[in-house]
Design a protein around this ligand. Structure first.
Ligand SMILES: *Cc1c(COP(=O)(O)O)cnc(C)c1O
Length: 418
């Protein structure tokens, strides 16, 4: 589609902004963006970068389609040949199909518009475009490293901790991250969405286990389900008296911010207290579109946390990571967990030494807002759950004093009579 037409379609900008809640406005230092009204009650920001991508790679397609999340899913890139058409794959990338296994690919057109065709080392490109290194399986790498299948009392439920469960509501995801913990289930194309009957049995399990006060919906990505199917789940769980909070784990606001429609948000806010854990990886993901989506969610009173996987050469640099946490706080997302990359098959090229994670935490504590500091954790292989790792601030004891050091390395004493 031509750019002029696009701009003329945004003649509603004034009305559009009057519909906007008075949230934080998109950062003016970001890519310039337009606010576009695609239907009477849906207003989306679209960056010029995405607009150019649309015109170039989907000629004849209008902005209304681009802003329709189902269009984004239908037009996602799912093969190396499709990626090659706009990225010009390197040998390392194209050789990822050398094995018979054929690692699945899935990237939304929106997220594709953020990828750099000229730089195969670009962080965002590395998170979603496969490379032949994925074919090398290193010692200790296994499918289902967290033994979720083992901790599953009934299909779709992982009950590992005393008072909360993980409920894997779908196998479908709108983006296949190359380091995904659940590669083993997400990539199974044959078996995508779960049946209602399977859901009902899982809900029955929760209803029968009064100790479960926190239900975490994950998958796959729950926000790839339709509004009505999400509402079915939320309503059923919400009516169980001992379920105090519901959480949704998702990457949708990052890879398909078009999904965060006003209608979705209006529905979600009926089921408070509802939390969202969003999978963010890099500050470049925080585009005008994503800022918009997160503002909508925050304005609906949905507390948001971010879960980030530490990835070599992508976000393991202290400056990059600090920028990510700062950008997240600006859009009201609290950095919640920083994960050591799980040992799934073919992930060694992503894995950092544990010291890198500790170094990142050391570079944050004291140097920036405490709110910006996530918990650095290892999800223990074999189903041990999340285990926090902390830089050591305790030097030792001297009689009744604890000897500790602060963020600058200065030593202090604290009286601690036993
Ligand atoms: C991560 C996880 C949870 C939630 O853990 P929190 O520390 O409460 O966020 C629950 N169940 C399983 C199986 C998990 O992996």
């Amino acid at each position: 589609m031509k750019k002029e037409e696009t701009v003329s379609e945004s003649q509603e900008t004034e009305d559009a902004s009057s519909l906007e809640p008075p949230g934080i406005q998109p950062d003016s230092r970001q890519t310039p963006s337009l606010t576009i009204q695609t239907s009477p009650n849906t207003v989306f920001t679209v960056s010029n970068r995405s607009m150019e991508f649309l015109a170039k790679h989907f000629p004849g397609t209008g902005i209304n389609d681009w802003n329709n999340w189902q269009w984004q899913v239908r037009n996602s890139y799912t093969s190396l040949d499709q990626l090659n058409s706009f990225l010009g794959l390197t040998d390392l990338e194209s050789n990822s199909k050398a094995s018979g296994k054929n690692l699945p690919v899935r990237i939304t057109p929106y997220y594709a518009s953020l990828l750099d065709p000229d730089n195969p080392e670009q962080p965002l490109r590395r998170t979603v475009v496969p490379v032949a290194l994925e074919l090398n399986v290193s010692p200790g790498e296994v499918e289902d490293p967290l033994s979720e299948t083992f901790d599953s009392p009934v299909k779709l439920i992982v009950h590992r901790y005393p008072d909360r469960v993980l409920f894997l509501v779908t196998n479908f995801c709108s983006a296949f991250c190359r380091y995904c913990t659940r590669t083993h289930m997400v990539s199974k194309q044959d078996k995508v969405h779960s049946s209602q009957n399977e859901w009902d049995l899982a809900i029955e399990y929760i209803r029968n286990h009064e100790e479960v006060r926190d239900v975490l919906l994950s998958g796959g990505d729950p926000l790839t389900l339709s509004d009505s199917r999400i509402e079915y789940l939320l309503a059923k769980l919400h009516e169980i008296p001992h379920v105090e909070i519901i959480r949704i784990g998702t990457k949708v606001p990052v890879v398909m911010p078009q999904r965060i429609t006003r209608d979705l948000v209006k529905m979600l806010k009926k089921y408070h207290p509802l939390y969202l854990s969003i999978h963010f990886t890099h500050p470049d993901e925080i585009t005008p579109e994503v800022i918009d989506a997160c503002n909508r969610l925050a304005d609906a009173g949905i507390p948001m946390g971010s879960q980030t996987v530490l990835l070599k050469g992508i976000n393991d640099d202290a400056t990059v990571f600090k920028k990510l946490t700062h950008e997240l706080l600006k859009i009201r997302v609290k950095p919640y967990y920083l994960y050591q990359c799980d040992p799934i098959p073919g992930s060694a090229h992503f894995r950092t030494p544990l010291e890198s994670g500790l170094e990142i935490i050391r570079n944050l504590r004291g140097f920036t807002s405490g709110y910006a500091i996530p918990h650095f954790v290892i999800d223990a292989p074999g189903g041990g759950g999340k285990i926090p790792l902390l830089p050591d601030y305790v030097i030792g004891r001297e009689n009744d004093d604890l000897i500790i050091k602060n963020y600058e390395g200065k030593t202090y004493r604290f009286p601690d009579y036993i």
